[in-house]
Write a protein that binds this ligand. Structure first.
Ligand code: FMN
Length: 345
């Protein structure tokens, strides 16, 4: 199950509670669940009601979730998230959100007062970068305490780490910018820091190399060479998996981007490869049979089909998801999708 923000931690401390327990338990048949992005610090947030993994109360809340999933035979990794510049001063007592460089993504932040335009963020100092690395490490430590089977570093979809990778969002001239190696540095420092507090083979990470024109991310000629460098370097680690997304939109007309991500990176990456975005059962099986990936992560189909794996096994019909309740508080559109058996009854 692919990571999906569902914005149900509608309480002051952004603490997961019973409703999360129920939702994830319903989906334990996935095999491996990757949770919604969960902020690694107070500063890492950019959307209302997303859960965190940096306070004791949040760790306690997640314990209920991991217990429920394990009781029902599933495994669960938590996605560790820092949104960087996809945020708003309303989340930070009027202070600016932080990013590798002071460049406005011209995107939207989902604040307590509705969607607001992003602002020009503050360029992170070296000290702030080092603190962020420690925040990821602390979040991973908390995740182990909360009973997760592993963590997925969210280095994808235009958020903080992706902002470091791209030349259009990172114009730094210190050791975190100016070259491919420097722009990728923070990711490897985070992996190295997390390795200190948990087994390396329980760390996964997510990349979306051809993301363009979404979440304020603009690709250029150095984008794919940057991801090539990252993927090659990941071979030096014994990670749980590398989770890649096929392009979220059509990039076939852009000659410096790659339309077939699994095809490019399967031969480059030696470890376990998870592929995602826009897959149905047939396409998923095809990729596995052709050796293009070791596993497929399904997102939206899991919103409305808690028993998706069982439905695939039976060749059963799938329920449609309701986009209007992706991010609304409460049980509606969250825990009220029936399993096949329940809908038959
Ligand atoms: C409601 C919703 C929330 C999402 N939240 C996250 C998230 O927190 N982290 C992440 O990496 N991707 C997130 N995504 C992207 C999904 O993981 C996935 O890449 C995308 O839905 C495409 O896969 P699919 O076609 O199987 O749905 C989200 C997608 C949806 C629909």
């Amino acid at each position: 199950m692919a990571p999906m923000t569902r914005s149900r931690a509608a309480n002051e401390g952004n603490v997961p509670f019973d409703i999360h327990e129920k939702y994830y338990r319903q989906r334990a048949g996935a095999g491996l669940i990757i949770t919604e992005g969960s902020q690694v610090s107070k500063q890492a947030v950019g959307y209302i009601n997303t859960p965190g993994i940096y306070t004791d109360a949040q760790v306690e809340g997640w314990k209920g979730v991991t217990k429920a999933v394990h009781e029902d035979g599933g495994k669960i990794f938590i996605q560790l998230w820092h949104v960087g510049r996809i945020s708003h001063p309303d989340f930070h007592n009027g202070e600016l959100p932080v990013a590798p460089s002071a460049i406005n993504p011209h995107a939207k932040s989902f604040t307590p007062k509705g969607f607001k335009d992003t602002v020009t963020p503050k360029e992170m100092s070296i000290e702030e970068i080092k603190q962020t690395i420690l925040d990821f490490r602390n979040a991973a430590k908390n995740a182990m305490e909360a009973g997760f089977d592993g963590v997925e570093i969210h280095s994808s979809n235009g958020y903080l780490l992706h902002q470091f990778f791209n030349r259009t969002s990172n114009v730094r001239m210190d050791e975190y910018g100016g070259s491919i190696e420097n722009r990728a540095r923070i990711l490897f420092e985070i992996i190295d820091a997390i390795k200190e507090v948990m087994p390396e083979n329980r760390i996964g990470l997510r990349l979306n190399p051809s993301l363009n024109g979404i979440f304020g991310m603009e690709a250029d000629e150095e984008t794919i060479p940057t991801f090539d460098y990252i993927v090659e370097k990941l071979n030096n680690y014994d990670l749980a998996y590398l989770h890649l997304s096929e392009p979220f939109n059509d990039v076939s007309e852009i000659d410096y981007l790659v339309s077939e991500i699994a095809k490019r990176y399967r031969s480059m990456y030696k470890g376990t490869l998870v592929i995602n975005a826009g897959f149905d059962q047939e396409k998923g099986n095809k990729f596995i049979l052709e050796g293009l990936a070791d596993a497929v992560a399904y997102g939206k189909p899991f919103v409305s089909n808690p028993d998706l794996a069982a439905r695939f096994e039976l060749g059963a019909e799938l329920s449609e998801w309701d986009q209007d309740t992706f991010y609304t508080p409460g049980e509606k559109g969250y825990t009220d999708y029936p399993t096949l058996q329940e809908s038959k009854a």
